[in-house]
Design a protein around this ligand. Structure first.
Ligand SMILES: [Mg+2]
Length: 253
């Protein structure tokens, strides 16, 4: 896959004078925190985003799987879109908070599952139960594959509560609403704020960002994946590391 051209070059290639930049946070703008509950704002990054936000020709949105209040602490910038929990909770540029689903009703389903999953990982090392309010996940970082398989298989045996679906990989399982989708979030934002003639660009690193690559590409935009080695992706271009993403952002004028 090709290294991403600069934003200026991309706008030339796609014959656009403006751009709507959608950025994932963890693994894209910053290296991963030790666990998702660690919130360490990065002043260099905040300065870079501040500068970009002053430009008339650019709109900014941060689209993360983290909770909205974390994202607000990590990116304390007014006048941009902030989207948390894969788009279920957002703040628009005027500061209005929007929820795509009714929280209290949905939460009841997770309250039933949470103690069951907690019991599965109690007294075991290398497991982490992440409660994002709208979703619940077990991260398995242990090296004992047999134990990881056992815990995740048992976690999969629950009855999935109404309004949720289950997603899993070899070391991760999550219950989240199907609307928790970065592609849905990108579409929502583009439909809410008309920014005529802009090139939509999504930059992200993980499998959940593929929905957003598809969303921007379906309307003539560009996906840029942050990854060291090539992998199967809907993105067109690549940037290798968060440091390279920052350099790419710093070049924007
Ligand atoms: Mg990420």
């Amino acid at each position: 896959m090709k290294d991403s051209p600069s934003l200026q070059q991309l706008m030339k290639i796609y014959q656009k004078e403006r751009a709507f930049l959608f950025l994932d946070y963890d693994g894209t703008l910053a290296r991963f925190a030790p666990n998702p509950d660690v919130v360490l704002p990065d002043s260099e990054l905040i300065d870079i985003l501040h500068e970009i936000n002053k430009l008339e020709s650019i709109r900014l949105a941060i689209i993360s799987g983290r909770r909205l209040d974390h994202i607000r602490s990590l990116v304390p910038i007014n006048g941009i879109w902030l989207s948390g929990s894969y788009g279920l909770e957002m703040i628009d540029p005027s500061g209005n908070e929007l929820h795509l689903l009714e929280f209290d009703h949905l939460r009841l389903g997770l309250e039933i599952i949470k103690p069951t999953w907690q019991a599965l990982i109690d007294r075991r090392d290398g497991f982490y139960l992440e409660d994002k309010g709208w979703s619940l996940a077990i991260h398995a970082n242990g090296s004992d594959k047999h134990e990881v398989n056992l815990v995740l298989e048992n976690a999969r045996r629950i009855d999935v509560p109404d309004g949720f679906h289950m997603k899993y990989t070899h070391n991760f399982i999550e219950l989240c609403p199907p609307k928790a989708d970065k592609g849905v979030s990108v579409d929502y934002i583009l439909n809410s704020e008309s920014f005529e003639g802009a090139l939509p660009i999504f930059i992200g690193d993980d499998p959940r960002d593929e929905d957003a690559f598809a969303a921007v590409q379906s309307i003539g935009g560009v996906g840029i994946i942050v990854v060291e080695k090539d992998r199967d992706t809907k993105a067109t271009y690549t940037l290798k590391r968060p440091e390279q993403v920052r350099d790419w952002l710093k070049e924007i004028k």
